[in-house]
Design a protein around this ligand. Structure first.
Ligand SMILES: Nc1nc2c(ncn2[C@@H]2O[C@H](COP(=O)(O)OP(=O)(O)OP(=O)(O)O)[C@@H](O)[C@H]2O)c(=O)[nH]1
Length: 343
């Protein structure tokens, strides 16, 4: 099933380009600003960053690679901003944008690893920058607070990502359960009519598929004679028999009441007829044992092999007419294409 609550490829592609557009615009503005302020190397690095951020608008494939490339380019820029102080010593402030972007692009685990490594690198750079004769921060207060805020932001963004994942998964599972419930007949566990109709539009159920409507004979007698719960057991017994005799690609559904649909996936008419006969034989040979009773049941079946150009509705109508014919001509029988003049 489609992953509805986690970011889809389209969501990720959009996010990547929004991130790239913001990155490119900001880098361009800061590059001009740095150039005007006389920070030549910084303005060149920012201009290179503009090119990297522009890549997703030129290359439409390899988004995952581009995302990581942009992220690590951002890390490299951050490292330079720490050692150089950026414009007027404000460079390290840009670290604060890194954590949410990292988690979105890298996910929780890899994102956490990346951020811990970046934090270590930044810490070392702050410690050793004065010794290397690079930018001199006035005192340790500013770097210390930047590191503390960066760490807090990483932890908070990590928690947010953790809970977002957790609840997305829970929602996904619930969605799958709901989807399953919406497709299933609760009493027999077979597909319900709505889902069966949906499946009939899939390839394999076109011309050549055999549509069968199967109706329990004299079913009312089970209800009247043994109660509705036994009636339900009879329906479940029939459902299990149909399931056992159908192929893995066939459709078996409860059509309504004591009526079932079996559609045999694109087959020779002879094999489908054999399946119908085997089902009837199985019910004849095997009784349902319940409450000290042995209950035998029979089915009437109307069947039709779908021809080119015939609609699903048309096939179901023919199967239904033949089911009626099977009932009216004595029950416990199958009426197929070769048993009648074409309807
Ligand atoms: N126990 C139970 N009975 C159901 C269910 N759905 C429909 N029925 C009953 O199935 C019975 C169908 O009766 P009829 O339409 O007369 O069919 P029948 O007795 O099988 O007679 P023929 O079809 O002519 O062989 C009705 O009494 C419905 O109440 C169900 O889910 N559980």
């Amino acid at each position: 099933m489609k992953d509805t609550f986690n970011a889809t490829d389209a969501d990720k592609a959009l996010f990547l380009r929004v991130f790239a557009a913001i990155g490119a615009c900001t880098s361009l503005i800061m590059a001009i600003n740095s150039y005007l302020d006389g920070y030549l190397l910084l303005s060149l690095l920012l201009a290179s960053a503009v090119l990297v951020f522009a890549l997703p608008f030129v290359i439409t494939k390899h988004d995952a690679f581009l995302a990581v490339l942009m992220l690590y380019s951002l890390y490299a820029l951050m490292s330079y901003l720490v050692v150089s102080g950026g414009s007027h010593g404000t460079g390290p402030l840009w670290l604060f944008i890194v954590s949410p972007v990292t988690f979105f692009i890298r996910g929780l685990k890899q994102g956490a690893v990346d951020l811990i490594l970046l934090a270590l690198v930044v810490l070392l750079l702050f410690i050793f920058t004065p010794n290397l004769g690079l930018y001199q921060y006035d005192n340790y207060h500013f770097p210390a607070r930047v590191m503390l805020c960066f760490a807090i932001l990483c932890v908070l963004a990590g928690f947010y990502e953790y809970y977002r994942n957790k609840y997305s998964r829970a929602l996904m599972q619930q969605l799958q359960i709901n989807e399953q419930l919406a497709r299933t007949d609760a009493m027999t566990g077979l597909s319900n009519r709505r889902y069966a109709l949906e499946c009939l539009t899939q390839p394999g159920f076109g011309a050549g598929a055999v549509y069968m409507l199967l109706d329990a004979d004299n079913f009312k007698q089970f209800n009247d004679g043994y109660g509705h719960q036994v009636g339900d057991q009879v329906l479940r017994f029939i459902a299990a028999t149909l399931k056992d005799h159908a192929g893995p690609d066939d459709i078996v559904a409860r059509w309504g009441g004591e009526e079932f649909l079996l559609v045999v996936h694109n087959t020779a008419a002879r094999s489908a007829k054999r399946v119908a006969t085997q089902i009837m034989q199985h019910l004849q040979d095997n009784a349902l044992h319940t409450d000290g009773h042995s209950l035998h049941m029979t089915l009437s079946i109307g069947a039709h092999q779908r021809q080119f150009g015939e609609s699903i509705d048309h096939c179901l109508n023919i199967a239904d007419k033949r089911l009626y014919l099977a009932k009216s001509s004595g029950k416990n029988r199958v009426v197929f294409d070769d048993d009648v003049a074409m309807d």
